[in-house]
Design a protein around this ligand. Structure first.
Ligand code: BT5
Length: 263
């Protein structure tokens, strides 16, 4: 069997990814990392897989990926207090770092679709390139760790995309050639670590995250578990909640959570 380029992957400099666990095939990297975090794993641990048999999206949705084609990984953070604030900022800056890694590693401009998707916009159309799943773990009745799981479609050929989702895309489909997954992961981890350190030193990523959001000022559909609302995606607030202007002039906010956005 061919050895994966990730078999011995770890970062030499820095704390994010200095410890890495590569699994050729697993259920879900988020699930594996959650178990290790509960056993006390250190901040910065990264779980990487070439194949997931139960990759998770939000709300029990699935993340599908042909084996060996993409980046499927999860990062462990142990944010300081106030936990909720730092956890939300850490998720935002992972999104920023993912945009930067795709720009540097593949030369593509991407946008963040609130709350946690990475998309490509083209002539009024949009395609999903990556998804992020943030989960908080508790210990002793208090929030204790943050897991950020990322699925980035890298070398999936065009003909394999429609099986994943109607609007899925990959770097290969967008730029016409394979992209080295290790180099991309390296850039992402470097960028994320640098941004986490800036953030913990007092920098707030909110303005930059907000500036990178797709569809601000546009009419969108907000899919809630029980209803769909249509309104203008005016902005996000200081917590990252979506502010939607409804046709009757009122404004509603939607915390980052179980809401999906569509054009
Ligand atoms: C997400 O959820 O987009 C978060 C996905 C996070 C996946 C990573 S992979 C590593 C780590 N381990 C895990 O188990 N999960 C994380 P959501 O916004 O709920 O979107 C899910 C929806 O995206 C699905 O219902 C499909 O419509 C679509 N989808 C599934 N696989 C896709 C793919 N490869 N590319 C584009 N869209 C996809």
């Amino acid at each position: 069997m061919a050895t994966s380029e990730f078999s011995h992957y770890r970062r030499v400099d820095g704390w994010l990814g200095q410890r890495c666990l590569y699994l050729e095939r697993t259920t879900s990297t988020n699930e594996v990392l959650r178990r290790l975090a509960e056993e006390g794993a250190v901040e910065g641990l990264v779980i990487l897989a070439d194949e997931q048999t139960a990759g998770c999206g939000r709300l029990a949705r699935r993340w599908e990926s042909p084996p060996g084609t993409s980046l499927l990984f999860s990062l462990l953070f142990r944010p300081p207090e106030p936990f909720a604030y730092h956890a939300a900022r850490t998720t935002m800056l992972c999104g920023l770092a993912l945009c930067q890694a795709v720009a540097l590693g593949a030369g593509l401009t991407t946008y963040l679709k609130w709350p946690n998707d990475l998309i490509i916009e083209r002539a009024g159309d949009w395609r999903k390139l990556a998804g992020m799943l943030s989960e908080i773990g508790m210990a002793g009745g208090r929030p204790s760790f943050l897991i950020v799981g990322i699925g980035l479609n890298v070398n999936i050929p065009v003909e394999g995309l429609s099986r994943l989702a109607p609007n899925a895309t990959s770097l290969l489909a967008e730029i016409g050639h394979d992209v080295g997954r290790v180099a991309l992961l390296d850039i992402f981890l470097q960028r994320t670590e640098a941004l986490v350190e800036r953030q913990r030193a007092g920098w707030d990523p909110l303005a930059q995250w907000r500036a990178g959001l797709a569809w601000r000022g546009r009419t969108v559909q907000v899919h809630l578990p029980t209803e769909t609302l249509v309104g203008v995606a005016e902005d996000v607030d200081a917590e990252g909640a979506l502010l939607l202007r409804l046709p009757d002039g009122s404004r509603r906010s939607f915390p980052v959570g179980d809401v999906s956005l569509r054009l």
